[in-house]
Design a protein around this ligand. Sequence first.
Ligand SMILES: [Fe+2]
Ligand SMILES: [Fe+2]
Length: 205
Amino acid sequence: MSDPDRPSDVAAEGSEDGAPPHPRRTGEGRNPGDPTPREMLGRFIRVNHAGEYGAARIYAGQLAVLGHTDKRELLEHMAEQERVHLETFATMIADRGVRPTVLQPLWHVAGFALGAATALLGSRAAMACTVAVETVIDEHYRRQAEQLGEDEAPLRATIERFRAEEVEHRDIGLEHEAELAPGYRLLSEAIKAGSRAAIWLSERF
Ligand SMILES: [Fe+2]
Ligand SMILES: [Fe+2]
C-alpha cells in the first residue's frame, strides 16, 4: 500500500496507456508553499461535497417549480444522479476525516434559490442554468483528475465517472433548448461566474 503523505522523488509525467496525463503521485511537482498532498485531497473532497450538495439543491429548486410539467422525469433523473454523487463525497468526508465546508448553509439556500429562480423564468432558463453549472463542473473535475496520481486511482476513477454524468446533464440541457432561453449569454456567464466563485470559496472555507 502506498502512503499519500510520503513526499515523492519521482518527477510528474504523463501515462503510457493513453489516459489523460496525471502525476504518478498526487501533489508531485508542487512548489514550496503549495498545499501538501493531504491538504490538496482535503480541498478536493470538501469542494466536491459542497458542489454536489449545491447541485442537489439546484435540482430541488427546479423540481419545486417545474415538478408538475413534462420536465419532471428529466429533472428527477439528474437529481437522482446528484444524490449518488453527494452521498459518495459525504462518505469520503467521514472516512478521510475531511472538514466539510462551513458554507453549507449558504449553498443550501443559494442552490435552491438559483434552481427555483431560473425555473421561474421558464424551462429553457432552467436548462441554461444546468448547462452553465455543468460546464464549470466538467472543467473542475477534469482539473482535479489531472492532479491525482496512481496513489489515488480509485478517487480519480470516481471523479471521471461523475464528470461523464455531469457532461450528460449539460447535453440534456442543450437538447432541451437551453440556448433559446431569454438572455442566454448573460444568464450563462453570470451563473458560470457564480459557480467558479462557489468552488473557490468551498475549497478554502
Ligand atoms: Fe454531480
Ligand atoms: Fe450534475
